[in-house]
Design a protein around this ligand. Sequence first.
Ligand SMILES: Nc1ncnc2c1ncn2[C@@H]1O[C@H](COP(=O)(O)OP(=O)(O)OP(=O)(O)O)[C@@H](O)[C@H]1O
Ligand SMILES: [Mg+2]
Length: 316
Amino acid sequence: MDQFEKTSKVIYRAISASGLTKFYGSNRAVDGIDFSVLRGETFGFLGPNGAGKSTTMRMIACRTPPTAGELLVEGINVRDGGRRIRSMIGVVPQENNLDPDLSVRQNLLIYSRYYQMNRMEAASRSDELLRFVGLINRAGSRIEELSGGMKRRLMIARALLHNPGILVLDEPTTGLDPHVRQEIWQRLEELRSRGGVTILLSTHYMEEAEKLCERLIVMDRGKILASGKPSELIRESVSSYALEVRDADSIPLLPLTPGVSGTKRNGAHFYFADSPETLAPLAKEFDEKRPLIRPSNLEDVFLQLVDGGEDDCEAI
Ligand SMILES: Nc1ncnc2c1ncn2[C@@H]1O[C@H](COP(=O)(O)OP(=O)(O)OP(=O)(O)O)[C@@H](O)[C@H]1O
Ligand SMILES: [Mg+2]
């Protein structure tokens, strides 16, 4: 490691993982992955169910130890710095774990005791956060009276209680209606624009990843399949434009023209090219199927990487 590497690792990297591995019994949940997250960055974990996203995030948050490899959080090794690391990380786990016997506000106040906040500080910080997530009017409600979206917002407030420099959000918006999801995005954007907070986020919503994450990794079966900025991944994995034809299972993929690649998946045809004009003649062939030419997106990349196509072709 040269001096620059050494310096950048210490100063700029919030997270640095190399050969990170986790076994549950004989199940290799995370399989020797390398990645780093820069300070202040919003970094995404994508991948199908069981890919190893939560396990990776739980290792970062010192909720479960790695089996092998190195994992540094703000330069501190998770193996011996758990207490210090936990004090600088706010975590929203995949499953809500609010205390059902306490009110909304009490859930925050109880948590503040872990961080040795005094009463006054805890009370004012709790109310500030309840206002931030739009729950101040529900401060006295019982947890069971909250909707799923309200519980999720309370989890986010709880994770922010001690002003953490790193926020780990495991599927913060799963199951929420689009309105609440956008509200949560808005809050995360605000945190980001205030600066300083490094956000790690897993999601199954490609739109969310594309909108929020500066860089991301796509995982499957414990390994990293691809990493980079959403726009780079789109450019590298599929061309800029897609022609999508639904309900075309019985039709074979069309012969491809130069610069066009194609794949058939779940009864639909997808053709990719660098310009809409290149795709237009193919679209004509499917007139009655209401073909759609659109910019390629992260979902195209994800499906390409994770399933591969059933019937992939590329024109030379
Ligand atoms: N506490 C545990 N004990 C045993 N095996 C586990 C445990 N947690 C996860 N696993 C296993 O580890 C693998 C990775 O699971 P993980 O929860 O990290 O996936 P994920 O990418 O978060 O999936 P999802 O999108 O469904 O949340 C799976 O095979 C899972 O069965
Ligand atoms: Mg998970």
